[in-house]
Design a protein around this ligand. Structure first.
Ligand code: FAD
Ligand code: EPU
Length: 337
């Protein structure tokens, strides 16, 4: 295991922030984690990095970055209806989606083209186009730094919620996710009800829906809306969509007649943060190399040489203006280091 010192993380985060870390190593096998835990010469502060597509780096990291490269995909079990597949946490998420589709295993096609690694998918319970990854996770296996062994966390133990899980709370900084075991469907249940999928399938002249066609539609929609991090630095949605009470929503609707909402429960609704931010005039805003994407107000961007601090300050201003106008508190989705 090669340990490097004082290296830039610019190539390893999709915002493209040029921040240095004191120590850095690649993890290709879970056994290396035991060696790291036992090595007293290494810093105790550990930063686990996957694809770097949900982090905002605001300062030099004083500790060791463990870059997850644990690979391998294996079918571990099968019955008449389902197949159980274990994927190494360092597999690229989209490659895993494509692998499932190639085998005609359903359940992850709506999540095509989400950047990042398999191991990070359970952390914020990635979701898009009407599907969340919790629907197909059987269990998550993670190295526990205190127990000094790998522990399985079954779906019901993971406290999955909207962009949330136990890995962001009780298990934060306590585990390194090493693999995820999925239960995929041999008989697809197509989920085309969300947003523009059906429209896109029509546009593509698809007569018979398939999981591959759904993934193609999702890829087309995403590519038309979201900036490609290879071209413009970003980390996807910077904030979560806030959930508010129906009462607060009705009050806001009296002043803002076209405020959109999605039902969450009998008493709560979700309001798109992109709409709130756009209404505050931020869409397309640019100051130096820091900005708000022109097609999606929920995506903050780095046009080249923005710093994490400048993006943070912009996000702070956005939070304040949304609060002043709508009395809604935006919560950051991106992990800030
Ligand atoms: P990283 O950014 O490397 O890490 C994120 C957090 O997880 C960090 O706190 C890190 O320490 C921790 N972590 C990572 N790996 C491990 C591990 N193995 N063990 C323990 N902790 C770990 N997200 C969605 O949900 N839906 C979307 O539609 C979506 N679209 C996006 C579009 C774009 C253009 C971009 C740039 C991002 C988008 N995202 C979306 C956010 C992002 O892709 C996901 O959050 C993804 O799961 C992050 O994976 P990663 O490997 O890059 O994680
Ligand atoms: N909207 C605006 N202006 C904007 C952007 C959005 O008014 O600039 C409003 C519109 O009313 C639009 C609605 O917001 O209909 C929803 O927009 P969109 O379909 O683009 O989705 P989103 O709510 O902005 C969420 C996820 C995305 C996910 C998409 C598709 C969150 C925080 N974001 O975005 O996830 O890909 O839905 O399912 O839940 C991510 O988490 O990083 C991410 C990209």
């Amino acid at each position: 295991m090669q340990i490097l010192q004082d290296i830039s993380l610019k190539p390893f985060n999709t915002f493209g922030m040029d921040v240095h870390t004191d120590y850095y190593t690649e993890i290709t096998n879970p056994t290396q984690l035991a060696a790291i835990a036992a090595d007293a010469s290494l810093p105790a502060k550990r930063f686990i990095l996957g694809g770097g597509s949900n982090v905002l780096l605001t300062q030099s990291l004083h500790g060791i970055v463990l870059h997850n490269r644990i690979k391998g995909i294996e079918k571990v079990k099968e019955d008449d209806d389902y197949v159980w597949v274990t994927a190494g946490a360092g597999e690229v998420w989209h490659d895993f989606v494509m692998y499932a589709i190639a085998n005609n295993w359903a359940g992850v096609e709506n999540l095509a083209l989400i950047p990042g690694t398999v191991g990070a998918a359970p952390i914020q319970n990635i979701g898009a186009y009407g599907v969340e990854v919790k629907n197909v996770i059987d269990h998550v296996t993670a190295w526990h730094w205190e127990m000094k062994r790998e522990v399985p966390y079954y779906n019901s133990e993971c406290a999955f919620g909207y962009r949330d899980s136990i890995f962001k709370h009780q298990l934060k900084d306590k585990v390194f996710i090493t693999s995820v075991t999925f239960r995929l469907n041999k008989t697809p249940e197509f989920n085309t009800s969300y947003g523009a999928i059906e429209q896109e399938l029509k546009k593509m002249d698809i007569e018979e829906v398939s999981i591959a066609a759904i993934a193609d539609a999702v890829i087309a929609i995403r590519s038309s809306k979201l900036p490609n991090p290879r071209e413009i630095g970003n980390a996807g949605s910077f904030f979560k969509n806030p959930t508010i009470s129906l009462e607060q929503y009705d009050n806001l609707k009296a002043s803002f007649h076209d405020i959109p909402s999605y039902p969450v429960s009998d008493t709560m609704v979700k309001v798109p943060a992109g709409w709130l931010i756009e209404q505050c005039g931020w869409k397309g805003f640019r100051a130096g190399d820091t900005g708000v994407h022109e097609k999606q107000a929920l995506v903050l961007v780095n046009y080249g040489s923005a710093t994490g601090g400048a993006v943070w300050d912009l996000s702070d201003n956005i939070v304040k203006t949304v609060h002043d106008k709508f009395h809604i508190e935006l919560e950051r989705e991106v992990q800030v280091w």
